[in-house]
Design a protein around this ligand. Structure first.
Ligand SMILES: [Zn+2]
Length: 282
């Protein structure tokens, strides 16, 4: 008969503790599965997440230390996409999401200055430079999961432009509207819709006027345009609800309002789906 020494038995039980699974394999997806929606995923720390759209090559997503990840659904998102999670323990979970279709309004805006609707060569050069700066911010994939603060309306006011509407400017069809227009009087404070880092603060963009962009992490950014004043500097951390600027009428506008956009990398999502009904109504 063999008697296991006490220290050996202790070692065996420690070993059993270390090989036992330490985190449950989880996959939870919060957010509306609808075109323009933002989905916040929850998995266990250490998992790897990839998303594939209609059989196209899958894309690896950043997963926070808490197991959070983001998927943005564009205005014209296809009817389904596949989320594949490789769990820390080796198992894989695959889930197919059915994305509900939306119908969008047609919006006609007349009376805009001609050079803003059909800009000349000099204006086009400015627009191109502005767009490159905006695209540079949107290409970022920073690690802080600031979006976990949740979202709030940046200003209260009547909605004068909704997400996704097809726009006809001075009779010329243009790209769909990619954010919300909130009407408020000039000088009304504009708040950060969620926590983040100020990624762009420029007083003179051709189309968007005085403009601030905030990086909320994991490719999610928000933009605040047409302001009459900027209260933050690039690189500055902001809390959800912190004042960042003042409502104005700079850039391509017909009156004072805030254009508020939210983008997951280059994909525009509907800010209205992040915050619930407007406190003022439509
Ligand atoms: Zn707008």
């Amino acid at each position: 008969m063999t008697v296991l020494p006490g220290w050996a038995a202790l070692g065996l039980s420690l070993l059993l503790v270390f090989v036992a699974p330490t985190a449950a394999e989880t996959l939870r997806l919060d957010g509306p599965l609808v075109q323009g929606g933002l989905v916040i995923g929850h998995t266990e720390p250490g998992a790897a997440v990839a998303v594939a759209v209609d059989g196209r090559a899958s894309r690896d997503l950043r997963v926070s230390a808490d197991g959070l990840f983001l998927i943005g659904l564009g205005r014209d998102a296809p009817p389904r996409l596949t989320v594949r999670v490789k769990h820390a323990g080796g198992a894989t979970t695959t889930r197919t999401l059915e994305i509900a279709r939306r119908t969008y309004q047609v919006q006609r805006i007349d009376g805009l200055p001609r050079r803003q609707v059909t800009p000349g060569a000099a204006e086009l050069r400015r627009i191109k430079a502005d767009n490159a700066a905006i695209a540079g911010v949107r290409a970022g994939d920073s690690a802080g999961a600031h979006f976990a603060s949740g979202f709030a309306w940046p200003v209260e006011g009547r909605l004068s432009g909704v997400f996704g509407s097809r726009r006809i400017l001075n009779g010329v069809p243009r790209r769909p509207h990619n954010g919300l227009d909130i009407t408020a009087s000039r000088g009304t404070p504009v708040m950060a819709a969620a926590a983040g880092i100020v990624a762009l603060a420029r007083p003179d963009m051709f189309l968007t006027g005085q403009t601030v962009m905030i990086d909320h992490g994991h490719g999610l950014t928000s933009v605040y345009a047409h302001m009459s004043g900027i209260l933050v500097k690039e690189g500055q951390p902001v809390a959800k609800g912190a004042p960042i600027g003042l409502v104005g009428a700079t850039g391509r506008v017909t009156g004072a309002h805030l254009h508020w956009g939210v983008t997951w990398f280059a994909t525009h999502v509907d800010p209205g789906l992040l915050v619930g009904p407007s406190p003022v109504g439509e």
